[in-house]
Design a protein around this ligand. Structure first.
Ligand code: BES
Ligand code: MN
Ligand code: ZN
Length: 513
């Protein structure tokens, strides 16, 4: 990953490949043209104060996502200036929004792929801004090329450019505790988030439940996290009928991984549950061609939970965080669960499987019940659960459902603080009866309309009595099928990781809504 440093150096003397500066859209009251953001003073001076005009001549407007490259002015050791759009200029006295900085830094880092070292001279008003720029750089510079021909050695060749190797954040205060902490936090979170992206992008023939569990085990060992892996034998003995039922058709057996990070100073216990379907073919209710090519992403929830637990451990948060990864591969075969089968779940409830493609809720149900046995202060599950949630909220926003309004708001606030688009969704009681089963306690499918909410209502039945719970349906934002934008690459995005870390921080502060 890109190496980050805070620097007080002046831009002109830096021997780097590029100086990154910010450019914003001028507010309507003044000129309509672009304005140079604070941080770029040295560059502007070297242009005799005409930088805004130079940028306008080059077609820059300051719009978000825009990149304008220009030769560095005389007196600069760096050859190139990269001006990145920040969007609308903030009101007088207000700083730039952290998410605008994060996105701009990500766009610049992507534009600088193939370069070795860049200096970022973006407008920083405080340590939080430095953290946002650091996150944007580290997330934007991500690339997944483990499967490109000969891997790293082929980079800079026919397989594309190597990610930016080094970034110096100018205007940061390297000796200031808060600035150092912000960059350390950003580094830990981004490293784990990028690892989640790697897991999501890894093809399903290489990442089956056993392989995922092994990765989790190794990381847990490295970071002092207690880890327990239930294999098929242990799952059978324990009565985990949901996870076993979903994994029954696959040659690769299911796993339930429990990761326990504990702090001696913890006052709260947060449990995180992730859907970890390493490949979702739909099972006997097979998905048609066109709907299964990206289904390696169906373990994004488990990847997010894994990343968040490791990040919490690395940050030494004063909260206990337990992660539950419900791992299975959903495949059709002679041993697969059939539509019409009834599963006896870990909670004791029976479920009539009407559609084997509604498998996520089955593995989550067992993991939610397992998590409930420890009576945590709150449970959050994360899942690429329904196509319906994508239809409702689009491909960049995840839905939040909960059995407690205050907690749903707390999770939404955590998402906003982290810079992740999210929106509250209801759990309408009338949709429950659509899941009534003639044979079992409940069916795994209900009304088609409001399918995302139906799935949420199903999960609610497997949360222990009196336990606060929220459900994040990340089916839209988990996997980016379009082109890269901001700090978001194509493919696995690491959706929900930053929200979960933020929520763990809030829990450490005793604030769970
Ligand atoms: N993994 C899918 C949901 C999904 C779809 C995630 C598209 C990401 C992108 C899930 O297991 C699924 O197949 N859900 C079904 C449920 C239905 C059968 C009740 C769906 O949404 O169609
Ligand atoms: Mn499915
Ligand atoms: Zn699925």
């Amino acid at each position: 990953m890109t190496a980050l440093t805070l620097s007080t150096a002046a831009a002109p003397g830096l021997r780097v490949d590029a100086i990154v500066i910010g450019v914003a859209k001028g507010s309507a009251a003044k000129t309509a043209g672009p304005v140079v953001a604070p941080g770029a003073e040295a560059v502007d001076q070297a242009f005799d104060g005409r930088l805004a005009g130079v940028l306008e001549t080059l077609g820059a407007s300051g719009a978000e996502g825009e990149v304008t490259k220009l030769p560095a002015p005389s007196g600069f050791k760096a050859p190139l200036v990269v001006a990145v759009g920040l969007g609308a200029q903030p009101d007088k006295d207000a700083g730039y929004d952290a998410e605008a900085l994060r996105r701009a830094a990500g766009v610049a880092a992507r534009a600088l792929a193939g370069s070795r070292k860049a200096a970022f001279a973006l407008p920083l008003t405080d340590a939080a801004d430095a953290g946002a720029v650091a996150e944007g750089v580290l997330l934007g510079a991500y690339s997944f090329d483990a499967y490109k021909d000969t891997g790293a050695s082929a980079r800079n060749g026919k397989n594309g450019k190597a990610p930016l190797a080094e970034a110096a954040l100018l205007g940061g205060k390297p000796r200031d505790k808060a600035f150092k902490a912000a960059v350390e936090r950003a580094t830990a979170v981004a490293e784990e988030l990028n690892r989640a992206r790697d897991l999501i992008n890894t093809p399903p023939n290489d990442l089956n439940p056993e392989a995922f569990a092994a990765v989790a085990q190794a990381a847990a060992k490295e970071h002092g996290i207690k880890v327990q892996v239930l294999d098929e034998k242990a799952l059978t003995k324990g009565g985990y009928g949901g996870i076993l039922g979903v994994g029954a058709g696959s040659a690769s057996g299911p796993r339930l991984v429990k990761l326990s990070y504990t702090s001696s100073k913890a006052k709260k216990h947060l449990a995180l549950v992730g859907k970890g379907i390493t490949y979702d073919s739909g099972g006997i209710s097979l998905k048609p061609a066109g709907h299964n090519e990206t289904m390696k992403c169906d373990m994004s929830g488990a990847a997010a939970v894994f990343a968040a637990v490791v990040a919490a451990a690395r940050l030494g948060l004063e909260v206990n965080v337990t992660g539950w990864l419900a791992l299975a591969e959903n495949m059709p075969s002679g041993s697969a669960t059939r539509p019409g089968d009834v599963l006896r779940m870990f909670s004791g409830k029976t479920v009539e499987v009407l559609n084997t493609d509604a498998e996520g809720r089955l593995v989550l149900a067992d993991a939610l019940w397992a998590a409930s046995q420890e009576k945590p202060d709150a449970i959050v599950d994360v899942a690429t659960l329904t196509g319906a949630m994508m239809l409702a909220l689009g491909s960049r926003t995840f839905g939040i459902m909960a059995n407690d309004d205050a907690f749903r708001s707390a999770v939404h606030e955590a998402a906003e603080e982290a810079g992740e688009p999210a929106w509250p969704m209801p759990l309408p009681e009338h949709l429950r009866k659509g899941m009534d089963s003639a044979t079992a306690d409940i069916a795994n499918m209900g009304e088609r309309m409001g399918g995302g909410l139906v799935a949420g209502l199903f999960l609610r039945e497997f949360v222990g009595e009196g336990i606060t719970w929220a459900h994040l349906d990340i089916a839209g934002p988990a996997f980016n099928e379009g082109g890269p934008f901001g700090y978001t690459p194509k493919g696995g995005t690491g959706s929900a990781v930053r929200t979960l870390v933020r929520l763990a921080e809030r829990a450490a502060a005793g604030d769970l809504g």
